[in-house]
Design a protein around this ligand. Structure first.
Ligand code: AMP
Ligand code: GLY
Length: 431
């Protein structure tokens, strides 16, 4: 089968690597790809905004399945484009991608279908929004409605912070994404990410992961796209997975189908699990996470291509998926200055070779005349698998230490919650 994969990040390198192992794959084309995907597939340089060019490429190369990595093209209708042309595509329609593209759309769906999520109100007017926050409790969470590259959420500690956040968002800080604002209650608990493959009517649990969103060790400093991840999520249990599926994922699929916009693709639920173990939805994404994909896909013990194809065809298998019974931990190496002002163009002198347990994913690299250089904020993701989070972490950081890139930095504590949990369990078992 000829497959076209869209995107350029570490997530797409991980998708390309998993797809390249399929016995059914004939040719894998990645647009635009990166130096990591170039080693295992054919990169074609085209803009993801060039819908006519993408469709022409797909036709010319007899593409039989399109896999969409990032959210922006989905929200812009790229899946509809291919589907209307009769080319199967893994990824939701523009209508269904509103689950990520509009926070108020998702909150309204939650309200209509009794899906647990933080209480909220939606505003298009700054004064009305300010009146609402003055009457509420703090901290309060203020969100630009539209896509804001993961930056559109402000947690305000008091009235002053809330009012200035509202002025910023309605003043255009996130452009058109902030014309509408969702204000919601602050949820306490532990965050985790849960992924389900969906074929429009049914959901198949894929895997869980825990991201580390803050730039600094100990989870401090500004939010980023994610500084590292571990899979499975340390707080995941079969009971919790059942609750997430029954109370959140399945009602969402049913609600979307009822509204005439069935969801097909991967549904990525950002969840808060409260101290009683009850999950609440923070947000949906309509694609694999990055860096979550780089820790989930290496554990998949099955043909990814066949799975994505079955989603695209509306015929997910009935049986549960198989994953390695281990832990994968990925450390993001970012360019100095990330997230505010990452320094690009710094030389990546050498990388350790991949082996059975370690993979170095390219996220923001570029092949220049002088060799490999940094070309983005998040540049590499070093993933290792191990029997425990502690072992995976030790292997990941040993590989990180073998990366010769003076222009980069990383957090040194990725997986700390998972390791703390493992140690607490071991201590309990000794008693
Ligand atoms: P989002 O872009 O919606 O994932 O939000 C970014 C981050 O803000 C989330 O990962 C959470 O850490 C935090 N956040 C968002 N909404 C809430 C909420 N209602 N309560 C607590 N934290 C939240
Ligand atoms: N790592 C978070 C995301 O992909 O949205």
């Amino acid at each position: 089968m000829n497959v076209l994969l869209l995107g350029a990040g570490g997530r797409e390198h991980a998708l390309a690597l998993a797809l390249s192992k399929s016995p059914d794959l004939t040719r894998l084309i990645v647009v635009p790809g990166n130096p990591g995907t170039a080693a295992i597939a054919e990169n074609v340089s085209l803009s993801l905004d060039d819908h006519a060019g993408l469709l022409a490429l797909a036709r010319q190369r007899a593409v039989e399945l399109v896999v969409v990595g990032p959210e922006a093209p989905l929200v812009a209708g790229i899946a509809d484009l291919f589907r209307d042309a009769g080319i199967p595509v893994f990824g939701p329609s523009a209508a269904a991608a509103q689950l990520e593209g509009s926070k108020s759309f998702t909150k309204d769906l939650c309200r209509a279908f009794a899906i647990p999520t933080a209480a909220y109100e939606t505003f298009t007017d700054a004064e009305a929004a300010k009146t609402y926050v003055r009457q509420g409790a703090f901290p309060v969470v203020i969100k630009a409605d539209g896509l804001a590259a993961g930056k559109g959420v402000i947690i305000a500690a008091d009235v002053t912070e809330a009012e200035s956040a509202l002025d910023d968002i309605f003043g255009g800080l996130f452009g058109g994404a902030g014309a509408r604002v969702v204000i919601e209650d602050f949820l306490e608990g532990e965050e985790l990410s849960f992924f389900a493959l969906c074929d429009g009517t049914r959901a198949l649990p894929f895997a869980s992961a825990q991201d580390h969103k803050r730039v600094g060790e100990g989870d401090i400093g500004p939010n980023t796209g994610g500084m590292g991840a571990v899979s499975p999520a340390p707080s995941m249990t079969p009971t919790l997975e059942g609750a997430i599926l029954e109370r959140i994922i399945r009602p969402t699929l049913a609600g979307m189908a009822a509204r005439g916009m069935p969801f097909q693709g991967v549904l990525f639920a950002g969840l808060m699990v409260d101290p009683n173990g009850d999950p609440q939805l923070i947000e949906y994404n309509v694609r694999f996470g990055d860096p979550e994909a780089e820790v989930m896909l290496p554990r998949l013990d099955q043909d990814l291509l066949a799975l994505l194809q079955s989603c695209a065809e509306g015929a997910l298998p009935e049986w549960p998926l198989r994953f390695q019974d281990d832990v994968a931990l990925g450390v993001v190496m970012a360019a100095r200055g990330y997230p505010e002002a990452p320094e690009t163009g710094t030389p990546i002198v050498s990388l350790p070779a991949d082996n059975d347990t370690v993979t170095v994913f390219h996220a923001g690299t570029r092949e220049a005349d002088q060799g490999l250089v940094a070309a983005g904020g998040r540049v590499l993701v070093v993933t290792a698998r191990g029997a425990t989070a502690e072992q995976a972490q030790a292997r990941a950081y040993a590989a990180v230490d073998a990366v010769d890139w003076p222009g980069g930095f990383c957090r040194r504590d990725i997986g700390w919650r998972a390791i703390a949990r493992e140690r607490a369990k071991a201590a309990q078992a000794e008693q």
